[in-house]
Write a protein that binds this ligand. Structure first.
Ligand SMILES: Nc1ncnc2c1ncn2[C@@H]1O[C@H](COP(=O)(O)OP(=O)(O)OP(=O)(O)O)[C@@H](O)[C@H]1O
Ligand SMILES: [Mg+2]
Length: 520
């Protein structure tokens, strides 16, 4: 890698370093793509990630793998970035985006070897990408039953992730959740929370109409259940303020200690009294609750939980219409939220707090169960992918299992062959690169790729348009009939972001370490 003060700007070496930089970037990006390639599709393998503390994650989820591997190379980081963007924007298709980017760069490398200039390749790729975006809507399937297709989308998203025998059960649960939180047909995924608890089986996963918090009440004398809950959300500690800050108090004689304790008690009493006066019978506190405060709250019949996660506080606020208060002295009845019932229940080995029949009924929580941490974590990720897919679905879907990419590749190749100039060569390679998705699905199933790809192409040429390779038995199938359906947006985003990152990497011809970085 060229360092800034070592840069030789003479024509020859400059050009050489440009090619070196390109090769190195392409190599790094391809390596990242190779890492996740084996995880694609229902027969994709999982990866076991072990961090420096020995913490193990077993997953099939592209973005989860990429987020956890340590990478220093800037081009590799750019590839990982597209997986992250895909994840935040659409939630699924992260592996596909990365594999596609890797293939686009591999094809570009061949073109570079043939002496084609990177800017011509970029131009060809851009033209092909624009054309692809233009023709993608043609592959939309006709949808008669939105509910049925939604279920198929959810199941397709969960294929290959977590225990497969439970995916129909989970998809159905998810659809109920979507129906409950949707408003005028619009589904906002943030309204579906996911909590997990080890124990039981995946079939014990349940849908709660409201919020579930992974916390127990802080004191055994508090009520286990509160009907018609009036909920206060407090994000400061319910303990003595001075102790919260880093102040030092020197106490020289026992009397001082006594009066100090008295003062402390007085202040805590005052804070609790304020809560009682507001009319709250449930308190969720983001910070700690002092022992004495716990005792007083219990005495007043208040149900309280401490150290609630910030995102849970926000969820509770949305669900119950409570305002999060940072000064207890300012708590008023108007700040309280409402729920039909708040109660504690034993789930697995721990107690959790259920907040149900909330003021705002459009909040639900899926409580994921499973026999090990790895299972509940992977089921949660599978559900998150499915939720992302359902949010972006909006009535537009295409056929999965490699069918969409194969047909788009064939159609696009025809279209871009009409282009003139050398960029046409690159545009055709772009079209060919899309084949990597069906090819990898076949490869990961241990089937003969050349043979199966030829079969698939010839069927599509014969206008057998729903055709795909069944990765379980190697035969041809009607993938639409099999319900392997994915949202159009997920596919479109994956292709578009892969194209963008490939073009960006191709256009870099120098990697210069800045001075600042060097001195570190
Ligand atoms: N039953 C099936 N048969 C064949 N292919 C399937 C089946 N179900 C899903 N697929 C295909 O598997 C691919 C998706 O695989 P996978 O979920 O592993 O990766 P991804 O969605 O690209 O990334 P992510 O890791 O974010 O989920 C899609 O091309 C999809 O059409
Ligand atoms: Mg997926």
């Amino acid at each position: 890698m060229a360092k800034s003060d070592e840069l030789d700007l003479s024509e020859n070496t400059g050009r050489k370093s440009g090619r070196d930089a390109q090769r190195m970037n392409i190599y790094a990006a391809k390596l990242i793509s190779e890492t996740v390639r084996t995880t694609l599709g229902p027969k994709g393998m999982d990866k076991m990630l072990v961090d420096s503390d020995g913490f193990v994650t077993v997953t099939n989820d592209g973005v989860t793998i990429l987020k956890q591997i340590e990478v220093d190379h800037p081009a590799a980081k750019m590839i990982i970035e597209i997986a992250k963007t895909q994840e935040t924007e659409v939630g699924d298709g992260t592996t596909s985006a990365v594999i596609l980017a890797g293939e686009l760069l591999k094809q570009a490398e061949n073109l570079l070897d043939e002496g084609i200039h990177p800017s011509i390749i970029s131009k060809g790729y851009r033209l092909a990408n624009d054309k692809a975006l233009e023709i993608i809507p043609k592959f939309k399937i006709k949808i008669d039953d939105n509910e049925e297709v939604s279920k198929q989308i959810a199941m397709t998203a969960m294929t290959g992730k977590g225990p497969q025998e439970d995916k129909e059960y989970l998809a159905e649960l998810l659809l109920v959740a979507v129906r409950k939180v949707s408003e005028n047909g619009v589904f906002v995924k943030e309204r579906v929370g996911i909590e997990k608890k080890v124990g039981g089986s995946v079939k014990d996963t349940e849908l709660i109409e409201g919020v579930v918090i992974d916390k127990e009440r802080v004191h055994s004398q508090m009520p286990e259940k509160v009907a018609l809950a009036k909920i206060a959300l407090i994000n400061t500690a319910i303990e003595l303020k001075v102790l919260e800050q880093d102040s030092k108090i020197s106490i020289n004689d026992p009397k001082m200690l006594e009066s100090f304790i008295e003062m402390e008690e007085r202040m805590i009493k005052k804070a609790v009294q304020r809560i009682v006066d507001s009319g709250a019978n449930v308190v969720f506190c983001q910070k700690g609750i002092d022992d004495y405060a716990q005792h007083l709250l219990a005495k007043n019949g208040i149900y309280a939980c401490r150290r609630i996660r910030k995102d849970d506080m926000e969820k509770l606020s949305k669900a119950t219409n409570a305002r999060i208060v940072s000064e207890i002295s300012e708590l008023t009845p108007k700040d309280l939220g409402g729920a039909g019932v708040v109660y504690e229940e034993l789930v697995g080995e721990d107690y959790m707090t259920y907040v149900e029949k909330c003021k705002n009924p459009r909040t639900v929580t899926l409580l994921v169960r499973g026999s090990t941490t790895h299972i509940v974590d992977e089921v949660k990720r599978a559900l998150e992918d499915a939720i992302g897919d359902l949010q972006v679905f909006k009535g537009e879907a295409v056929i999965g299992a490699g069918n969409f990419e194969m047909r788009l590749s064939m159609q696009l190749e025809k279209e871009v062959s009409k282009l003139s100039g050398r960029e046409q060569l690159a545009a055709v390679r772009f079209a060919k690169s899309l084949e990597v998705i069906p090819k990898t699905l076949i490869e990961n199933a241990g089937l003969d790729t050349i043979d199966k790809m030829a079969q698939l192409k010839s069927q599509i040429e014969k206008r057998n348009l729903n055709c795909a390779i069944n990765v379980y038995n190697g035969e041809l199938m009607d993938a639409k009939l099999e319900g392997i359906i994915e949202p159009l947006k997920v596919k479109e985003r994956a292709i578009n972001s892969a194209a963008e990152v490939a073009i960006m990497i191709l256009r870099i011809d120098d990697v210069i370490l800045s001075k600042q970085e060097k001195e570190r």
